[in-house]
Design a protein around this ligand. Sequence first.
Ligand SMILES: [Mg+2]
Length: 439
Amino acid sequence: MSSALQPDRFRFLHIDLNSFFASVEQQLHPEYRGKPLAVVPTMTDTTCCIAASYEAKELKIKTGTQVGEAKKICPEIILIEGSHTVYAQYSKAINDAVHLVCPVAHNPSIDEMCCELIGREQEPPRARKIALDIKQAIYKNVGEALRCSIGMAPNRYLAKIASDMQKPDGLIGLLPSQLPRSIAHLELRDLPGVGARTETRLKTKGITTMEQLLALDRTAMHNLFDSVWGDRMYHWLRGGITGDDGAPLPNDMQKSLGHSHVLAPELRTEEGAWAVANKLLHKAAMRLRMEKFYTSSMSVVIRYQLTREQAERLQSKRHTSGIRHSGWGMEARFLECQDTLTLLEVLRGIWSHRPKEKELTRPFFVGVTLRNLIPEDEHQETLFGDPDNRMQLAATMDKLNQKYGHTTLHFAGMLPARESAPTRIAFTQIPVQYGVDYM
Ligand SMILES: [Mg+2]
């Protein structure tokens, strides 16, 4: 792909809030501005900072620094027990502010937004103006302590990279005509999706620098990653658009992990299906940990056996076994986790939304799938993330579920249930609130 042939346009803006949690605290408490501050999950020295203000970062206190260590470096550091509710509210407010300037196409995380530019907006001077207007809108409508770095690029992958190249308050554009040399100075770890484990794997294959990576042709990239990811990355790094631009980035590298099961006739009851779903989840959760992943999304499918007469009324589908059925499915997003207890809570939440119609009492098929797999070493310690204290994590999930209730759940669009029974099944359709979509 010759980048020289592409016009110099920016199709995507990636907005990344700088030190988001810490900045929100500085917004709420003007007396903390300009001071080293860290957000912590609980007030103990043994826990780790989940966010640090820029003043703290200058002292080399960052996300992951142990609180005891942070206090040693800076005895006067301000420690704040974080509130996810408040950060979610700010995330929503920032989204709304950005939206006034340009529609938000995608929220990769609580402090990131992605906008797709169209028509003449893609011309670099106009794109730059939009980016500056976004910064202003956040500053004016949400708060002056909130700064962001914005990356402009021909695809989402590069836009995310660009948003990381200048902090705080950055604005970087990667023009197709200057690619890939404008990113040749980066580290491999600067690439979204390349964490410690992938970096090690690349090293064993002789690739230790970005220049070496960029010297590879497409086939070599494919072989290096041993997947279509290599091909995609080859194009993305050169400003290409692969049509995968709508999908979440780093997670694409991973597969989903799940199990499904056709129930034995004696298990085709509410209780039987629930028991099977539990068993499938336990199996999937065990595999998740064995394969060293975290997950932030679960989908559940239930298929209900219908009588011939019901099937005629409900426009059913026919399973390979010949059983006429109507399907139902739901997906839930939540904080990255890998413990069975938390996942069971999620399963319970989804399960409570299953259809209650009188025709749908004979479940004969259950499937549980974990998606958005995140390699263990790329797992970001989040506010309530405490993998060693699973009880506490599960309790937090309960709290979140009570607080946020249905916004944590939404339908998986790909599921066949809606077409198969458009009016008979009363779906509890729940909108996804993207600012908090990973909870
Ligand atoms: Mg950020």
